[in-house]
Design a protein around this ligand. Sequence first.
Ligand code: IPD
Ligand code: CA
Length: 254
Amino acid sequence: MNNDLQQRYTFACQLAKEAGALAHSYQIKLVEEGLDIDVKGLQDFVSVADKETENFIRQQLIHHYPQDGFLGEESGESGSSGTGTWVVDPIDGTTNFLRQQPMWCVSIAYMVDGEPVIGVIYDPCHDELFSAQAEKGAWLNDRPLEVNQGDNALVGLVNLGYSAKMPLENYLATMTRLLEHGIEHRRHGSAALGLAHVAAGRFDGYREDFINAWDIMAGIAILREAKADVSFNHVEGGYAIQASIPALSDLLKG
Ligand code: IPD
Ligand code: CA
């Protein structure tokens, strides 16, 4: 099984890079020719790039690991999850992608018994691959990652996500609490990349009160291996997540 996991990890890293290159080619085309865009909901869009990138990832996984299950943002669930399930967001940060901004990524997790044991997040615009395998460490390209284990946040910077599915008051209360403790915040619009950036020490924490599995599972695998504090719990239809350096956990949770 461990050997299988190692193979899947290596495969997922390569797959995320190939999928990232494909999605990136669509972003370049977007500037020149435009793309067909569907509106899924308020501030929730999907383009041919999201669909085609997910389709590419799914076909590769079906070909190489037909026994595994699959859950993707665009195509939903397929296959059986007897061995494990791949959880995929082909483009996380779709709004940034469509607005020709660089903060988006491909996110691929592999789950066994409900736990993410492989996490791979690829940022094609910066050629950064964040990855982890359970008990084998977390990496940014070939640099090992471990979050600040000290007593204080060095600069005090948190990345927040907002979902209209939760009361605005929750979001504002988090911002208020952080600011009252001298901690700044940003909202970059890609949860997966936000989590990866906590693992890489670019933020001290990430919080979002409603989020889907494909946005967070790869990030959770990476953050756990980078020795961050991660807590995620089920809320109706999705999850709430708080992840941070240990020194910030209590304040971030509130
Ligand atoms: C969204 C982004 C955003 C987060 C939302 C997600 P999408 O995913 O991760 O940052 O706040 O909750 O749905 O639509 O860009 O794939
Ligand atoms: Ca997403």
